[in-house]
Design a protein around this ligand. Structure first.
Ligand SMILES: NC(=O)c1ccc[n+]([C@@H]2O[C@H](COP(=O)([O-])OP(=O)(O)OC[C@H]3O[C@@H](n4cnc5c(N)ncnc54)[C@H](O)[C@@H]3O)[C@@H](O)[C@H]2O)c1
Length: 287
């Protein structure tokens, strides 16, 4: 392990992924400055991190005897200054990500790895927003990132070996395994998973089966661990729709055009676990 990573990283975006990644880092002894434009998101993020840290502990997902890292939250992006790496986990929008990455790179300066956590926006596309594209690399942490030990890494056409090595070093500190894939819309996992969830939602929309039945069949017959619609609820249906749109726009794959039921659920604020209601109802709206 490289001692350098036991200092402090910055996570920008305190939503589902940003708080999960912060939980993971803190639990492995790495301090985090968590940045979001929205004070309410930061407040929710702090509660999520506390709750997820307890859950991670109960699940034996954190190293024993490690002093947890500290957590600082701020709405001021200049808070990333001094971080040894910045993980951007803001909304899945190329414009929002480009603006954040451009601003962050101006604060940390060259040589600090900028890690974009995206479901499907190519790193090569985001590279135009930073002055030093070799510092930019992509991750696709899965949710919940403090429990899932595999991380998909996408290397942009201009990402340097130094940046990739620094990211792998950080992931090793966080005890995550990495698989590096070529940069492309949706990489591997979203290219496979997102159209599948979209099709599952469409089956419900067409009245062919209820959500529970679709998930039961995928679990019982095909060995899917949770079922696609429970997975959609965990991802967040707003993020799922944004990611499908990003994929559809870049690949032309009609299987990635969000189906009517998904769009209706997002319109009605039924975003999955984060709002307590999606394809299922949840008493606990946080995880
Ligand atoms: N949800 C998942 O399961 C999942 C899995 C893998 C990857 N991702 C990707 O991770 C990223 C984050 O997804 P999420 O599910 O956490 O989204 P989310 O909607 O839960 O959170 C996004 C956060 O970004 C913040 N934000 C927006 N603009 C900002 C800005 N300019 N500066 C700082 N913060 C800003 C929002 O306030 C919000 O709190 C997306 O790119 C998504 O595609 C999500």
């Amino acid at each position: 392990m490289n001692e350098q990573w036991h200092e402090r990283i910055a996570v920008v975006g305190a939503g589902v992924m940003g708080s999960g990644i912060a939980t993971l880092a803190i639990g492995h002894g790495v301090s985090v400055v968590l940045v979001d434009v929205d004070e309410v998101a930061l407040e929710t993020g702090r509660r999520r991190i506390a709750q997820q840290s307890r859950h991670a502990q109960l699940m034996g997902a954190l190293p024993e005897g490690t002093t947890p890292g500290s957590l600082v939250t701020t709405t001021d992006l200049s808070g990333v200054d001094g971080a040894s790496a910045v993980i951007e986990a803001v909304t899945e929008s190329p414009e929002v990500k480009a603006a954040v990455l451009g601003e962050v790179s101006g604060v940390v300066g060259p040589g600090v790895p900028l890690v974009s956590n995206t479901s499907g926006i190519p790193i090569g596309e985001l590279a135009g927003s930073v002055p030093v594209p070799r510092d930019l690399v992509g991750t696709h942490f899965m949710n919940p990132s403090y429990l899932i030990t595999m991380v998909e890494v996408s290397r942009g056409p201009k990402t340097s070996d130094v940046t990739v090595d620094a990211l792998l070093d950080l992931l090793a500190t966080l005890r995550r395994r990495a698989v590096i894939v070529r940069d492309a819309p949706g990489f591997v996992t979203s290219r496979l998973l997102h159209p599948m969830i979209n099709k599952a939602a469409n089956l419900v929309g067409e009245g062919i089966a209820a959500a529970e039945e679709v998930d039961q069949l995928m679990q019982g017959c095909l060995g899917h661990r949770t079922g696609p619609l429970r997975t959609g609820d965990l991802i967040g249906l707003d993020n799922l729709v944004d990611s499908l749109l990003a994929l559809h726009e870049r690949t032309g794959d009609e299987a990635c055009r969000p189906c009517d039921l998904l769009l209706a659920k997002v319109r009605d604020g039924e975003l999955g676990r984060k709002t307590g209601r999606g394809f299922y109802r949840y008493e606990e709206a946080m995880f």
